[in-house]
Design a protein around this ligand. Sequence first.
Ligand SMILES: NC(=O)c1ccc[n+]([C@@H]2O[C@H](COP(=O)([O-])OP(=O)(O)OC[C@H]3O[C@@H](n4cnc5c(N)ncnc54)[C@H](O)[C@@H]3O)[C@@H](O)[C@H]2O)c1
Length: 336
Amino acid sequence: MAYKIAVFDAKPYDMVTFNKVNEEYGFELIYHKEHLDKNNVLLASGTDAVCIFVNAKVDKIVIDKLHSYGVKLIALRCAGFNNVDIAAAAEKDIKVVRVPDYSPHAIAEHTLALMLCLNRKVHRAFLRTRDGNFSLIGFQGFDMYGKTVGVIGTGKIGKVAIGLFKGLGMNVLAYDLYPDTKWAESAGVKYASLDELYAGSDIITLHCPLTKETEYLIRDESIAKMKKGVMIINTGRGKLIHTRHLIEGLVSGKVGYAGLDVYEEEGAYFYEDHSDTVMTDDVLARLLSFNNVIVTSHQAFFTQEAMSNIAHTTMENMLDFFNGKELKNEIVYKAE
Ligand SMILES: NC(=O)c1ccc[n+]([C@@H]2O[C@H](COP(=O)([O-])OP(=O)(O)OC[C@H]3O[C@@H](n4cnc5c(N)ncnc54)[C@H](O)[C@@H]3O)[C@@H](O)[C@H]2O)c1
């Protein structure tokens, strides 16, 4: 009998890729549009595993319910796992697996797209020329060549992004809690302290995970240490930035540009069409009102290659679990 998997947050494009890849695996995939949280966890009853995405809210209440339904596996189809209470899962012996590496290129390339678009005002030029307006007023950019980009987090994505920035002839200042000095030497990258990075960067881009230490890393105090007119790019996780403080920085001109693929309250809006309703999130509405801010809907991962890799690794993770094999992509709880 096929193992039953409740696949939450399932969009048409997820179903296309998952159904295709599942031809090799034969799971019974039960799709749900909603992201898993305490209000809909009942949908997981009678299944063997849940497959979830970035905006699921898997807290202790959800874990306890999953346990009571006999669900033994949470398969994240993403890299970040800040939205799952790993301690609560470990306590109930529910395994948690993820897809740590599906295409760092997808996210790094989207990061560069945001930078170039903001710098050269492509988002505004697109609208202007459609309206028959061919004026260049307000569109002056700067050469990326020779500018300094500060990269926070030099893991898989940060490293690929740095390769792209170097290709443009940019200087790189890197910061990581666990610097990879061997790689830095061979790549010609300089690690700096966070304060040095803030003070010396024209552009700052975030590629570290969301943890207790990195929550609101970018806030009033850190913004105060940055260059006037700095560009901030976040393709990491929304809560790396204190959005109200970012808005204050944008209003004062301290922050010159923001490219945000993630937003701290994105769960209520991202991945859905809300164009027929009034926006009730005043912070998001304010962000969207700036002409020097681009918000994309957590789409940095969204390439054909990444989607296919995500589906394959997720199914391999689940198969390994059901076959009692070692779980190479397990998130193991470490007590603090
Ligand atoms: N927007 C998207 O679609 C998307 C897709 C994938 C991943 N992401 C985000 O990107 C993040 C990075 O992904 P990755 O694959 O490069 O992960 P990774 O684990 O390869 O790299 C993360 C790096 O951050 C460093 N780090 C950890 N704590 C830190 C801290 N306090 N300060 C500075 N650096 C710290 C780690 O040492 C590591 O080098 C993920 O955690 C995820 O949140 C976003």
